[in-house]
Ligand binder design. Structure first.
Ligand code: NAD
Length: 375
């Protein structure tokens, strides 16, 4: 099989879908050839020389990569210019926005057989190809580093001859993969951390990282049942619970120096957790990093890829935090793809899509000009 990895074209994207490590594994044994667009790894610090030494065939332009390859590895969904290069029967792997029906329809129009890895089920066997987790982990780490760089004080407590400096108080809203990594990173920097999540299972995880759980008690069985979520993901909570959470969050944010918000519900706008009134009540010089900004934001004031100041609070809303850690983000992502490839390429290098496999079935979003995912 000829596998192609073009340069990402989405503005600001720094990651690459194949690394010298994964190219070497793919080409070992000679069953597969990897066609890499020259310079594709440059922004992630992978040189063409390193790819060539790993067995990649360097190709000058994207047209040739798409033209020659039977399978294309991507980070983000193809842009308009790339759609024109895809063809019927070609296999495409990437983070293809499985909830973006318009985008999927355009993709289906090319006739490609496309797999959106974000749609993989959260089962043990899928953990090694779970792109959402590998990238959220990096984003959670980077969110804290970004917050620390905008914060005009120390994160840790310091006792110096000139006096004592207090540790920063950090509030993390949403304690999934990104939130837990944010908690761990903030703790490692010496901050005092508290965190909230709808899923009751998060309490133990938050506490095991040395943070305090912000408990929003359930008042009805229905609330408790919805909070369990589905398939590892949260569901929208009833308005009464959200109102109680908002009151508690507002109270905690007033005391906080840094607030990191990560709350998401698949296929829906992000829940609003930090209102403008809450921002206005925060201390001057506080920092909010809204990791949900691409999906509308957990704070209505955050703006995509901007750092704004409102009521004396800095609010950062980066849409691609993993892209700010491009080398490790690419390394982990490329390993996720390599793992998925075992389900679509046979040992002899021939296409062998295991259509009955539940991971393959969940991720296949386009085939033979049809969109296979409806919501
Ligand atoms: P996510 O990115 O979809 O959401 C982030 C977090 O926001 C979630 O924890 C969610 O519960 C929370 N949230 C939603 N609404 C909220 C609200 N109103 N207030 C506070 N928090 C809110 O989720 P994720 O991080 O990808 O994963 C969630 C869970 O799934 C985690 O516990 C993770 O460990 C688990 N997981 C399991 C597997 C597996 O078993 N294979 C793989 C990946 C993740």
């Amino acid at each position: 099989m000829k596998v192609g990895a073009p340069t990402e074209t989405r503005p600001g994207e720094t990651r690459v879908a194949a690394t010298p490590e994964t190219v070497k594994k793919l080409t070992a044994g000679g069953a597969n050839q990897v066609l890499l667009q020259a310079g594709a790894g440059r922004r992630a610090s992978f040189t063409d020389e390193a790819y060539a030494a790993s067995g990649a065939t360097l190709v000058e332009d994207a047209t040739r990569v798409y033209g020659l390859a039977e399978l294309i590895l991507k980070v983000r969904a193809p842009q308009q210019s790339e759609l024109a290069l895809l063809r019927k029967g070609q296999i495409l792997l990437g983070m293809l926005d499985p909830f973006d029906l318009d985008g999927l329809q355009k993709l289906a129009g090319t006739g490609t057989t496309a797999f959106a890895l974000e749609a993989a089920p959260r089962i043990t066997r899928a953990q090694s190809l779970d792109v959402l987790s590998s990238q959220a982990n990096i984003a959670g780490y980077k969110a804290v580093i970004v917050a620390a760089s905008h914060y005009g004080r120390f994160m840790s407590m310091l006792m110096t001859a000139a006096g004592t400096v207090k540790a920063a108080r950090v509030v993390v809203l949403g304690a999934g993969v990104a939130g837990l990594q944010a908690i761990a990173t903030a703790r490692r920097l010496g901050a005092v951390v508290e965190a909230s999540d709808v899923r009751p299972a998060a309490k133990e995880q938050i506490e095991s990282l040395g943070a305090r759980f912000i408990d929003v008690p359930f008042e009805t069985e229905e609330e408790r049942e919805i909070a369990q979520g589905t398939g590892g993901y949260a569901r929208p909570m009833p308005a009464a619970w959200m109102a109680r959470q908002a009151a508690l969050v507002a109270e905690r944010c007033k005391q906080a120096d840094i607030v990191i918000t990560t709350a998401l519900i698949p296929g829906r706008p992000a829940p609003v957790l930090v209102s403008e009134a809450t921002v206005a009540s925060m201390k001057p010089g506080s920092v909010i990093v809204d990791m949900a900004v691409e999906r509308g934001g957990n704070c209505p004031l955050s703006r995509p890829d901007q750092v704004i100041e409102a009521h004396g609070v800095k609010i950062a809303g980066y849409t691609n935090l993993p892209g700010q850690v491009p080398t490790d983000a690419s390394a982990l992502y490329a390993r996720n793809l390599l793992d998925f490839l075992k389900l679509v390429i046979g040992k002899d290098g021939a296409p062998a899509i295991q259509r009955e496999d539940e991971i393959v079935a969940a991720c296949m979003v386009c085939d033979a000009h049809n969109v296979l995912r409806k919501k």
